[in-house]
Design a protein around this ligand. Structure first.
Ligand code: SAH
Ligand code: SF4
Length: 351
C-alpha cells in the first residue's frame, strides 16, 4: 500500500479511527484543488479534526508544504526557478518552463546526488538525502499554483524528473510520487507526459521495464565507449556501458517504447565525428531519439561546450544514420536553472 494514493489515504484515516469515506474529500483538497491551503477547506468535522491534529506530524508529512525561500525569474520571462526548504532544512530546486504550446515542470528527486557526474553542479555538491514521495509531489503542486497565477487558462501537463538527484536511485519514492501525480482523480498529469531521466542505473531500468506504466525513459549517455563515458560519469564503473545498452535494448523490447538518449556535448571529450559514428553503431536497432544538450557552465568543471559547427556535425552524423536527433532548448541559464546547474542554493543571495 502506498501512503499517498487513494487506498493509502483511506488506510491512514482508518488507522486513526476516522471513517475512510473522508478519503475522497482529502484527496480532492490535497491534489485536485489549486490552492492547497487546508485551513479554509469546508471539511466535515471528523476530517477537519484529523487534519488539524495531523499537520506537523511525520505520518502526515504530505500535508505540509515546503517553504518557498526564493523565486528567481530568468530574463526571457519564461523560466522560473524555485528554491524550496523542506521540513528538516534541506533545500531543493524546481524549475517551471513555459513553451509556446505547453508548460513543463522539472522536479528534484533527491537533495544532492550521489552519482558524481563531473560536469553537473548537483553531482559536484554530493548526496544529502532521498526525497520522500510527498516532497516530490509538493514541487508539482507548487509549480501548478504558480502557473495558475500567471496563466490561469493553462494546465500543467508535462513533468520531467531532471532536477537534482538520480530518480532511479530513489526508486520506490519516485514511483509512489508518480502514481499520485498521474492519478486522474488527483493532479492528473498523463503518464506519457512524464519523463524519467536516469544516469544509467541498470537495475532500475530493468525494473521500470516491468512496471505497466507508460512513463517516458531518458538515459543520460554522454560516452560512446566505456572509457569515454567513465571519464564523465563515474557510475559507469558500476554499470558498464555494455550492460547499460543491453538493459536499454531489453527495455525497448519489453515496453515497445522509444528511449530518449541525452548527450551533453563537451569540446574534445565526446563531440568528435568518430564518437558520433560509434554512438550510431552502439544504438543500432534501438528505437532511439538523441537529445543533444549544450554544456552549461558549473563552477566545478572547466570543460567547454562544443562549438556550433562541431555540434551540428555531430547531429548530422546521427541523423544520416537514421536517428531523430535534436538540440535541447537552452532555458534559464542566466539564473542557473539550466540542465546540471541546480545546487539547491538558489541565487546564493537568500539563504
Ligand atoms: N540524474 C538524472 C536526471 C537529472 S540531470 C540524469 O543524470 O539523467 C538532467 C540532465 O542534465 C542529464 O542528462 C544530465 O546529464 C544533464 N546535465 C548535467 N549537468 C549538465 C551541464 N552542466 N550542462 C548540460 N547538461 C547537464
Ligand atoms: Fe546526478 Fe544526473 Fe547530475 Fe549525474 S547528471 S550528478 S546523475 S543529477
Amino acid at each position: 500500500m502506498h501512503d499517498h494514493d487513494f487506498a493509502g489515504l483511506r488506510g491512514i484515516l482508518a488507522a486513526d479511527g476516522v471513517n475512510p469515506c473522508h478519503a475522497g474529500a482529502l484527496r480532492g483538497a490535497l491534489y485536485r484543488e489549486i490552492d492547497a491551503a487546508l485551513d479554509s477547506r469546508p471539511f466535515l468535522p471528523p476530517l477537519r479534526r484529523w487534519v488539524d491534529r495531523s499537520v506537523g506530524e511525520s505520518k502526515a508529512f504530505f500535508l505540509d508544504q515546503p517553504e518557498l525561500v526564493e523565486e528567481i525569474r530568468s530574463e526571457d520571462g519564461l523560466t522560473r526557478k524555485f528554491l524550496l526548504r523542506l521540513r528538516d532544512g534541506e533545500t531543493i530546486e524546481t524549475v517551471l518552463m513555459g513553451y509556446a504550446e505547453r508548460h513543463t515542470v522539472c522536479v528534484s528527486t533527491q537533495a544532492g546526488c550521489a552519482m558524481g557526474c563531473v560536469f553537473c553542479a548537483t553531482g559536484q555538491g554530493g548526496f544529502r538525502r532521498h526525497l520522500r514521495p510527498g516532497e516530490i509531489v509538493a514541487q508539482v503542486l507548487h509549480a501548478r499554483r504558480v502557473l495558475h497565477e500567471i496563466a490561469p487558462d493553462r494546465r500543467l501537463r508535462n513533468l520531467v524528473l531532471m532536477g537534482m538527484g538520480e530518480p532511479l536511485h530513489n526508486y520506490e519514492a519516485v514511483m509512489e510520487a508518480l502514481s499520485l501525480i498521474s492519478d486522474p482523480g488527483g493532479i492528473g498529469i498523463g503518464p506519457s507526459r512524464i519523463a524519467i531521466s536516469t544516469v544509467g542505473v541498470v537495475p532500475g531500468i530493468r525494473r521500470l521495464a516491468e512496471e505497466k506504466r507508460s512513463y517516458q525513459l531518458a538515459v543520460s549517455l554522454h560516452g560512446s565507449t566505456q572509457e569515454e563515458r567513465a571519464a564523465l560519469v563515474p557510475v559507469a564503473k558500476r554499470w558498464p556501458l555494455e550492460e547499460l545498452i543491453a538493459a536499454c535494448r531489453d527495455y525497448g523490447t519489453i515496453t515497445g517504447k522509444r528511449i530518449f538518449f541525452e548527450w551533453t556535448l563537451i569540446a574534445g571529450k565526446n563531440d568528435s565525428p568518430a564518437t558520433a559514428a560509434r554512438l550510431a553503431a552502439l544504438l543500432e536497432g534501438i528505437d532511439a531519439h538523441i537529445n543533444l544538450i549544450p554544456l552549461n557552465p558549473t563552477s566545478g568543471f572547466s570543460g567547454a561546450g562544443s562549438d556550433g559547427d562541431g555540434a551540428e556535425r555531430f547531429q548530422r552524423i546521427l541523423r544520416d544514420a537514421g536517428f531523430p536527433c535534436t538540440f535541447r532548448q537552452r532555458r534559464g541559464i542566466d539564473v542557473a536553472a539550466g540542465c546540471g546547474m541546480l545546487r539547491g542554493e538558489g541565487s546564493g543571495l537568500a539563504v
